[in-house]
Design a protein around this ligand. Structure first.
Ligand SMILES: Nc1ncnc2c1ncn2[C@@H]1O[C@H](COP(=O)(O)OP(=O)(O)O)[C@@H](O)[C@H]1O
Ligand SMILES: [Mg+2]
Length: 359
């Protein structure tokens, strides 16, 4: 518990020895190989590593992230670049030997809630490396000179750890352009980031993320040879997201997931997750399956970044009408199916649509 690695190894070794004496050779071997492993995250044990901290606030400049448990759904294009990046990272030794190693820098950009942080965590997990997260916005200090010092602190801390360094909110640097800061500071901070990136050896994996790639300094942009845009999820990806988060992968619900995917055009992965989890909470606490109509109504009332969570109320006429229109415009289903989902007669569906068309 106090992160006494020597003690852990010594006692672990004794247990392994005893296992071997009791003829549990496999157990002994498994334990020994665990003890030999370095950089295993000890977070679950309550252990906090001595992380670099901001001199003023004493807040840590990096945190160790967990390897994610949930899968990530990606469109084909993004998946291709990512696989290539992972492949190159895995074989960096060989590539270096042949003189064709690339800097392992990946820039992930796109709107919030599209899985940038999740993706970085997955890459760390696949490469079996510890995952260090530094948020550039939280490194920015109002004390002159402190921001550059914080950034240097990160680049000095990470290299020795065979880790994935995740630089989140990269565009925060550009905000130094505002008048609270001395004029030279933006330039100085950009230079510090560039120096930091250039100081890394080829085996360090760096992933940068930004919601605003156009705000990024071009020289920083060039330091990341691999680039992936994570846009809002397309229909295919939304369908997988609904299937996973709402139906826990149950193939029997494929048609419902498709319909939800069509209705949720414009929402991001985090929105879909939030609506789906709200629906499951309602269904567990209310002891019944979430109604598709209620979920669709929540979807229809949601905007990217502000999901509307469901409630248990009966739907009123206005909501039924709105849902009918949503299903008609986006659902690509028959009026009979609309009637069934909304829970009204076909005549009523017809009337709602006519009223909407008439004004
Ligand atoms: N493409 C996706 N696949 C699976 N889950 C996703 C996806 N996009 C978003 N999510 C869900 O939303 C959460 C927030 O996403 P996050 O990675 O923080 O987005 P970003 O870093 O782009 O703002 C994730 O932890 C995940 O549960
Ligand atoms: Mg993020």
């Amino acid at each position: 518990m106090s992160a006494d690695y020597t003690g852990v190894r010594r006692i672990g070794g004794q247990i392994a020895k005893r296992l071997a004496e009791q003829n549990d050779l496999e157990g002994a071997k498994a334990l020994q190989s665990l003890l030999r492993k370095r950089g295993v995250p000890l977070q679950a044990s309550g252990y906090a590593e001595a992380l670099p901290r901001d001199a003023g606030s004493r807040l840590p400049l990096v945190e160790e992230g967990q390897w994610p448990m949930t899968p990530i759904m990606l469109a084909g294009e993004a998946g291709h670049t990512i696989s290539q990046f992972i492949e190159d990272a895995r074989h960096i030794g060989l590539l270096a030997e042949k003189g064709v190693s690339a800097r392992l820098g990946l820039l992930v950009y796109g709107p919030p809630g599209t899985g940038k942080t999740l993706l970085a965590g997955h890459i760390a997990a696949i490469l079996k490396r510890p995952f260090y997260i530094a948020r550039l916005d939280s490194l920015i200090s109002s004390r002159l000179g402190e921001t550059a010092k914080n950034i240097r602190g990160i680049f000095e801390f990470v290299p020795a750890r065979n880790a994935v360094l995740f630089l989140d909110e990269m565009d925060a640097i550009a905000k130094l352009r505002d008048d609270r800061h001395e004029l030279g500071e933006l330039k100085r901070v950009v230079n510090t980031v560039l120096q930091g990136l250039d100081s890394l050896t080829d085996d360090v994996v760096t992933i940068g993320a930004t919601n605003h790639p156009h705000l990024l300094d071009p020289a920083i942009w060039r330091r990341f040879p691999y680039k992936v845009e994570l846009g809002l999820p397309d229909e295919e990806v939304r369908s997988s997201l609904w299937l996973h988060f709402l139906f826990q992968g149950g193939e029997a619900h494929k048609d419902e997931a498709r319909l939800l995917a069509r209705a949720s055009d414009g929402l991001n992965g985090a929105d879909i997750e939030n609506i789906a989890l709200a629906a499951r909470r309602r269904s567990i606490l209310g002891n019944r399956e979430p109604s598709l109509a209620q979920i669709l109504t929540a979807v229809g009332a949601s905007r990217a970044g502000s999901p509307r969570l469901l409630d248990d109320r009966e739907m009123d006429t206005a909501e039924k009408k709105a849902l009918t229109v949503l299903l008609h415009d986006k659902g690509r289903i028959s009026q009979a199916d609309i009637a069934r989902i909304v829970g009204v007669s076909r005549q009523m569906v017809h009337r709602y649509l006519k009223e909407t068309n008439d004004g």
